[in-house]
Design a protein around this ligand. Structure first.
Ligand SMILES: Cc1ncc(COP(=O)(O)O)c(C=O)c1O
Length: 394
């Protein structure tokens, strides 16, 4: 298990390392050991005398970085050969048009489930490519829940079903709920046979086990759980990579990137390199008898548990935004009894060595983003700070 150096405590102002706990929703914190490696490799990677950002994207050094990034990504999820991994640019947001442009003919509908801001953006942009259907939404309760399977009115002739597995802003996540109990395992919409599922997994990819074979296409901006801003990872099934819903310029076609190892032009070399380091860091969580994503999931459940316990144990001082069975492991949203106390919370938290806690304007209050790289010590320290804050201000 990775250890983290110089973790600040709840009462810390500035630890010796000069770094504080960063709860930002994205770009989010990176693992300490990844940051240390970047420091070295930006100066001189592998003894080549040249930093990673200065190497040709067609040279031997980057060839190795790219090949290992592809291999390690595939290893993490045991990705079968009929899926491509692509490193694209334009952010996860660019997938809002690439997905329908490539996969959805003008007059064929695509089903969208809108459970938050980003899913709504995806739906909006898809309308540029003709018919779309919003088949379920959680808008009626300010996106505080995930619609039940029975609420999803699928079209059997849809080009695909699109959903967002973790709603970064509202702090809800798709979980399998069995007998009223949250398993924290992934719940995937039950699309009709033959209709591919497309998922925006930007803010929870690799936080728990994932079976990509259940999906036609998954995309994730790297800047939360996979690395740094600048690349978006797309996992796409063979038949969809070559699907031609319409004529498109080369750089808008998935197949252009699938055919050319994601480098038909100069790719985001630095961002791909950082993803590669994070993939190795993820793999290191595996043990002889446990898969790395099982280990990370257990850790993430425990991390989130500290902060949810502080919310639930505050005798009503803190109120969570998400319904309990839809609570996100990655983005935890909560508020104090008044907006003034929310402001005070963020200010006092800043003084105590926590950053990035201010909530999005859509929910108000606070949001603690606790991606894979956030150490458990940070979550415990935040929970302790919350308990003290509630006691002093309740
Ligand atoms: C779930 C989700 N989808 C999409 C986006 C947009 O990502 P990008 O800024 O990479 O376009 C974000 C950004 O926070 C997100 O959280």
């Amino acid at each position: 298990m990775t250890t983290f150096a110089a973790a600040p405590s709840a009462s810390a102002t500035k630890p010796a390392s000069g770094r504080i706990f960063n709860f930002s929703a994205g770009p989010g914190c990176l693992p300490d050991e990844v940051l240390q490696q970047i420091r070295e490799d930006v100066w001189n990677i592998g003894g080549s005398g040249i930093g990673i950002l200065e190497h040709s994207h067609r040279g031997k050094v980057f060839d190795k970085v790219l090949a290992e990034a592809f291999d390690d990504f595939r290893k993490i999820s045991n990705l079968p050969k009929n899926y491509h991994v692509l490193f694209l640019t334009g952010g996860a947001t660019a997938q809002n048009y690439m997905v329908p442009a490539n996969l959805k003919p003008q007059d064929q509908t695509a089903d969208y489930i809108t459970t938050g801001y980003w899913a709504e953006k995806s739906l909006e942009q898809a309308k540029f490519y003709g018919t779309v259907s919003e088949i379920a939404t959680s808008k009626d309760k300010n996106h505080s829940y995930i619609p039940a399977e029975s609420a999803c009115k699928y079209n059997s002739n849809a080009a695909y079903v699109h959903y967002c597995s973790n709603n970064t802003i509202y702090g809800t996540e798709w979980h399998d709920v069995v007998n009223g109990q949250n398993t924290w395992n992934q719940r995937i919409p039950q699309a009709p046979a033959g209709v591919p599922i497309v998922c925006d997994m930007s803010s929870d990819i690799y936080s728990r086990p994932v079976d990509f074979t259940k999906f036609g296409l998954v995309y994730a901006g790297a800047q939360k759980n996979l690395g740094a801003a600048g690349t978006t990872v797309v996992v796409i099934r063979d038949d969809l990579a070559t699907k031609k819903a319409r004529e498109l310029p080369l750089m808008l076609q998935y197949n252009t990137f699938a055919k050319d190892e994601s480098r038909p032009n100069t790719p985001p070399v630095g961002a791909i390199y950082i993803c590669g380091l994070v993939f190795k860091w993820i793999l290191k969580h595996g043990t002889a008898n446990r898969h790395c994503l099982d280990v990370l999931q257990e850790l993430n459940i425990r991390k989130a548990g500290h902060v949810y316990a502080a919310i639930d144990g505050s005798k009503g001082f803190f109120k969570g935004h998400a319904e309990p069975n839809a609570r996100s492991m990655m983005n935890l949203t909560f508020r104090c009894p008044t907006p003034e106390l929310d402001d005070k919370f963020c200010k006092d938290a800043g003084t105590a060595g926590f950053d990035g806690l201010k909530g999005h304007r859509a929910t108000g209050g606070m949001r603690a983003s606790m991606y894979n790289a956030m150490p458990e010590a940070g979550c415990k320290a935040l929970a302790q700070f919350m308990a003290e804050f509630a006691r002093k201000n309740g």
